[in-house]
Ligand binder design. Structure first.
Ligand SMILES: *Cc1c(COP(=O)(O)O)cnc(C)c1O
Length: 378
């Protein structure tokens, strides 16, 4: 018998107590009982976002909130700057273009990050830009971006907002919406929030809400003003996935009780242990600015990553992710997101080692495990 284990950067494993909560009979979404749960959820989300602003809940995957950030804050022809270091940076470029924005596309080499000073220079040459877009963790390249540093620069401009996609990182690594001067912060349910896919979250600063007033791009379902209005009564403009909200209430309780600081520290530790183990096994990392949310491993020449992933999933029930687009087959990605513990790191490393061995490339798994153990259990 196999135990199914999810070490992908979304969806992630869901704690048993949350699954049980979501299995309860469905309630109607316009009842007092449900709205009191929603009230707790809206309060708890402010803690997760580290903000005083409202956090709106959309029923869509994370990309819905990415689209909403564009359609609600900008107008036709306006210039935006996108820090595009991978598939998800590229998504902002595509959405911006789809809505007729003038997109200044900063192409960052995959696996590299962008220094604060480099962004500063670009902004000085593009002062007419109305927004800067970045992914806190560019999941496709497992790369961390210096959102805090970018916020220091962008906040100096009265008419420019910082939009951050933290879909794979909020709740996993430090992210302070207010202190870092983020104007629009986005995440999704299926990553560090330990829930099934289906909900997206978006919060706007006052500066960002001011931008919604004149925005002329088409919007209806994702018109954030509708969500803000109903939130006054802890309600939603449209039918919300009731079970996911009930599950969310539970995960928020778990996170609050555990505290974000402790959760961040555990993610950091799992990521560090994984990175050091990878090196100890003679393999290299994909990113020169690795995120603690997910680790990307470069595979040796001639090894097919897709084969390895398929093999360990079929043989052992362990899911890790591959590369996207031009990285397909060349890397594997091990997620540290959500409901995981120290032993999951050892499992993932061992599985990768066995997968490589079956592909004809022998690594020293013992050395990897020993190295990870020292970090995880010290
Ligand atoms: C997963 C992810 C997304 C996409 O989210 P969907 O829920 O699939 O729409 C966007 N950005 C980042 C950084 C992600 O990791």
């Amino acid at each position: 018998m196999k135990k199914h284990k999810l070490f992908t950067p979304g969806p992630t494993s869901i704690p048993d107590e949350v699954l049980l909560e979501m299995a309860k009979p469905i309630m109607h979404h316009r009842t007092e009982e449900f709205l009191s749960i929603a009230k707790e959820v809206f309060e708890g989300l402010k803690y997760l976002f580290q903000t005083k602003n409202d956090v709106l809940i959309l029923s869509s995957s994370g990309t819905g909130a990415m689209e909403a950030s564009i359609t609600n804050l900008f107008s036709k022809g306006e210039k935006i700057i996108v820090i595009n270091g991978g598939k998800f940076g590229e998504r902002f470029v595509e959405i911006g273009k789809a809505y007729g924005l003038n997109v200044f596309d900063i192409k960052v080499e995959w696996g590299k990050t962008l220094k604060k000073e480099e962004l500063e220079k670009i902004i000085e040459e593009n002062k007419d830009a109305k927004g800067v877009f970045v992914n806190l963790c560019e999941t496709s390249t497992t790369t961390h971006f210096d959102v805090k540093g970018y916020g220091e620069i962008i906040s100096k401009y009265d008419d420019m907002v910082l939009v951050v996609d933290a879909i794979s990182s909020l709740g996993a690594i430090p992210c302070y919406m207010d202190d870092w001067k983020i104007d629009c912060l986005i995440t999704g349910s299926q990553k560090a929030f330990m829930l099934p896919p289906g909900l997206a979250f978006i919060s706007l600063s006052e500066k960002a809400w001011n931008k919604t007033i004149n925005s002329d791009l088409p919007k209806y379902y994702f018109d954030l003003k509708k969500y803000k209005k109903t939130l006054e009564k802890f309600d939603f403009p449209f039918t919300i996935p009731v079970s996911l909200i009930v599950g969310l209430n539970k995960t928020i309780k778990i996170i609050k009780e555990y505290t974000l600081e402790k959760i961040w520290e555990e993610h950091r530790k799992r990521a560090e242990a994984t990175r050091k183990a990878i090196s100890a096994m003679g393999l290299s990392l994909l990113s020169s600015s690795p995120s603690d949310a997910v680790t990307g491993v470069l595979l040796p020449e001639g090894i097919d990553g897709e084969q390895i992933i398929k093999f360990i999933r079929k043989s052992y029930g362990i899911s890790i992710a591959g590369g996207q687009d031009k990285l397909k087959g060349k890397i594997v990605r091990i997620s540290h997101l959500g409901w995981q513990d120290e032993f999951d790191v050892l499992t993932a490393i061992t599985a990768l080692g066995i997968g490589l061995e079956k592909s004809g490339y022998k690594v020293n798994i013992g050395k990897g495990i020993e190295t990870a153990k020292e970090i995880l259990f010290s």
